[in-house]
Design a protein around this ligand. Structure first.
Ligand SMILES: Nc1ncnc2c1ncn2[C@@H]1O[C@H](COP(=O)(O)OP(=O)(O)OP(=O)(O)O)[C@@H](O)[C@H]1O
Length: 684
């Protein structure tokens, strides 16, 4: 089974990587820099302010806005953790001298560039952690008055998944690792029904019965899936479980992984006040960690060693000197001295790192980071070194299955317990492939999906059934359509409304029951041809927007604001990035309501707002609805609001598009929502 599994994923990953690279290079080569900036894939009009030494001998490049053009950096969709290229804009250099000799380090004839990871970012400065040995090229950027950065493909993640799958395929017939046997269907799952290890006492007094059941099952069993629909407290449950495991097995170590830095940083943040901090260790590129978690960062902790600090200062001094050296040969010698110091620095830091890992009890990292050099170096000295006992993978449904295998292969024969948390009815992993349904299916089918298929009795699945976010009217359709009607709204949220918010005006007609702030569910039905969609030519990804819907969104926001609903309480979601861009331009730039969050569905994953306005966009004579059909995406969108969900969309299009989920949703809403029929003349 392991060979077939590995072969299936190897071919799918290589196809996905080619698609990703092809799409990125198509964008970078066919679009002008201006168009790339418009689509959020590039940032221009910046210049080099400083180069300094960073963690584990890395070099940091600090870039600021080119003040002759604008006082702020236009950040687009580029965010911390992205891999970027830094290039000089095709303009004259600062110095009068002829254009500099292109250093031999440059990647292609004539194109001078560096690559690195966005470490820090705000409107005034971007800090980029440079990849190895780019110092010489980087310092030439001082002579350019305009630079730009381009977002590129992160090929490292593909390489790591591929090498993991190759190792999985190399396993012989009899796999020793018990957990891997479950995943390769070589071992039946027999639940341990004894309650011997049950938590006698829960640290958190507020846990509900479904959460306690999940925790006790995970303590007593070697395989558990905690299935948590929106707002049911997956993280809340996981924190208690980790505390229980720490108490019961103080000498054992837990590895916590997730698909993204934000998923694991959230757990680390919630653990920090509850667990002695010297037991917590965050592994990963400091560029990608939440500021509040950096103090647990292995990179930063390893810097506390005074010798390490002195060597870093020495490196910084030499870098500053380098800037003043005119002669290329002198600069080269200076960099060679820096390289020697950095080599010594790395050796000393590895020793410190090993001590920090051994002292820790909870190691937190992304799935990709779990096979990092630092962690795996401990097996180099002693292959049987017992490093971990329990593996926890959070948000498992957002990870491709090959990603989940990375910790299992990198630390094989270590784990005696595997705990997965997630919800396979929310967003699946993002897949770039569009031209091969088999590849899409292989990569969208998560480990969660495959395990419940392998073990149809689902005895290891523990369902959290009480949600603490949504008014029960908002919860009702998602519960019925995606969770077999099993969701309950906790009494503290079941009837919550906007009007309960402090300072929300009790309008003069407050006895009038259909005043907006008393309604949990509103639908502006744009059926007919008065609110047509528009294909957005400017954004290459063929996105769409709907101006009529934007006008309705604007009017509803003004109604909320007139009832004194705070901007921070309002979220606007659309599945279409063009609609998001157009709404940002109107609501942020023109109306200056910059505290209203506007994003695509993916941008709202794991988040919540008191009121969410959902703009569906699609309205055409063929009743085409495109990727609105992805029900897990819509399920995420409609489960973000606490008190009010407002949908702006063409009900007839949903009823006639041929998709059962959309038809059911629109019919249910016609019965249960406050449906309004806007007239386009009111908005022109
Ligand atoms: N037993 C409980 N009693 C009271 N509040 C709870 C309980 N469980 C969870 N909550 C609250 O519910 C909210 C959601 O919890 P949490 O963030 O852990 O959910 P999640 O499942 O991780 O999030 P998501 O909805 O994105 O999946 C939090 O505000 C949390 O405090």
């Amino acid at each position: 089974m392991n060979k077939e599994l590995a072969a299936k994923f190897l071919s799918s990953i290589s196809h996905e990587r080619e698609q990703d690279i092809e799409m990125t290079s198509r964008l970078l080569t066919t679009l002008s820099l201006q168009q790339l900036v418009l689509n959020g894939l590039a940032i221009n009009n910046i210049h080099l302010e400083n180069i300094r030494s960073g963690l584990i001998g890395k070099l940091y490049m600090e870039l600021g806005p080119n003040l002759e053009i604008n006082d702020k950096i236009q950040r687009g969709d580029i965010k911390i953790g992205d891999i970027v290229l830094i290039r000089p804009a095709k303009t004259k250099t600062k110095t009068k001298a002829k254009a500099k000799k292109v250093p031999e380090d440059s990647s292609e004839e004539g194109q001078v560039e560096c690559s690195g990871v966005i470490y820090k970012m705000n409107d005034n400065q971007i800090t980029i952690a440079l990849e190895e040995s780019q110092e010489v090229v980087a310092t030439t950027f001082y002579s350019y008055n305009k630079l730009y950065i381009l977002k590129t493909t992160n090929t490292i993640t593909y390489k790591r998944m591929e090498s993991t799958m190759r190792k999985l395929s190399e396993f012989g017939s009899l796999i020793q690792d018990k957990i891997i046997q479950y995943l390769t269907n070589e071992r039946p799952f027999i639940p341990n029904t004894s309650q011997s290890q049950n938590a006698g006492f829960f640290q958190n007094p507020n846990l509900n019965d479904s959460q306690k059941t999940a925790i006790n099952f995970a303590i007593n069993n070697d395989l558990t899936i905690i299935h948590g629909p929106p707002g049911t407290g997956k993280t809340f449950t996981l924190i208690e479980l980790i505390q229980q495991l720490l108490t019961k097995q103080p000498e054992k170590r837990i590895l916590i992984c997730g698909p993204s830095n934000i998923s694991v940083d959230t757990i680390l943040e919630r653990l920090t006040p509850l667990v002695p901090n010297n037991l917590l260790l965050r592994i990963g590129h400091p560029a990608r960690l939440l500021d509040s978690n950096k103090r647990h960062s292995l990179d930063i902790l390893s810097k506390k060693n005074t010798i390490v600090k002195d060597i870093s200062h020495e490196i910084d001094k030499l870098i500053q000197e380098n800037k003043k050296l005119k002669n290329y040969k002198q600069r080269r010698e200076n960099w060679n001295e820096i390289k020697l110091l950095r080599k010594d620095l790395k050796k000393r830091e590895f020793k410190t790192i090993k001590d920090l890992i051994i002292q820790s009890r909870i190691v937190v990292t992304t799935l990709h980071g779990s096979s990092s050099r630092e962690l795996c170096s401990l097996y180099r000295d002693d292959p049987d070194f017992k490093l971990f006992d329990t593996l926890i993978i959070d948000e498992v449904s957002q990870a491709m299955e090959p990603q989940c295998w990375i910790p299992l292969i990198a630390h094989q024969n270590q784990f005696s317990k595997l705990i997965l948390t997630g919800d396979n009815k929310q967003l699946p992993p993002t897949i770039k492939t569009e031209d091969d349904q088999k590849v899409i299916h292989n990569l969208e089918t998560t480990l969660f999906d495959r395990l419940i298929k392998n073990f149809p009795k689902r005895e290891m699945v523990k369902f959290l059934n009480v949600q603490y976010r949504m008014n029960e009217k908002i919860m009702e359709f998602p519960s019925q359509s995606m969770y077999h009607g099993k969701l309950l709204a906790d009494v503290t949220v079941a009837n919550r409304l906007l009007i309960d918010l402090p300072n929300v005006d009790v309008t003069p007609f407050d006895d009038d029951d259909d005043v907006d702030t008393k309604l949990p569910l509103i639908w502006y039905d744009t059926q007919g041809d008065e609110f047509p969609e528009t294909a957005d030519g400017a954004t290459i990804l063929g996105s769409k927007y709907n101006e009529g819907e934007i006008a309705i969104v604007k009017e509803h926001i003004q109604s909320l604001r007139s009832s004194n609903v705070p901007q921070e309480s309002i979220g606007i979601i659309s599945p279409y990035s063009a609609q998001v861009s157009h709404m940002k331009r109107l609501i942020h730039d023109e109306l200056k309501l910059t505290d209203i969050e506007i994003s695509t569905v993916d941008g709202f994953q794991g988040r919540e707002k008191d009121v969410v306005i959902l703009s569906l966009v699609r309205s055409n004579e063929k009743f085409e609805v495109g990727f609105l059909k992805e029900e897990r995406r819509l399920n995420v969108a409609m489960t973000r609001p606490r008190r009010q969900l407002v949908v702006v969309g063409n009900i007839e299009a949903l009823q006639r598009c041929g998709n059962k989920y959309l038809k059911n949703w629109s019919e249910w809403c016609e019965e249960n929502a406050d449906v309004r029929y806007p007239n386009i003349d009111d908005y022109l």
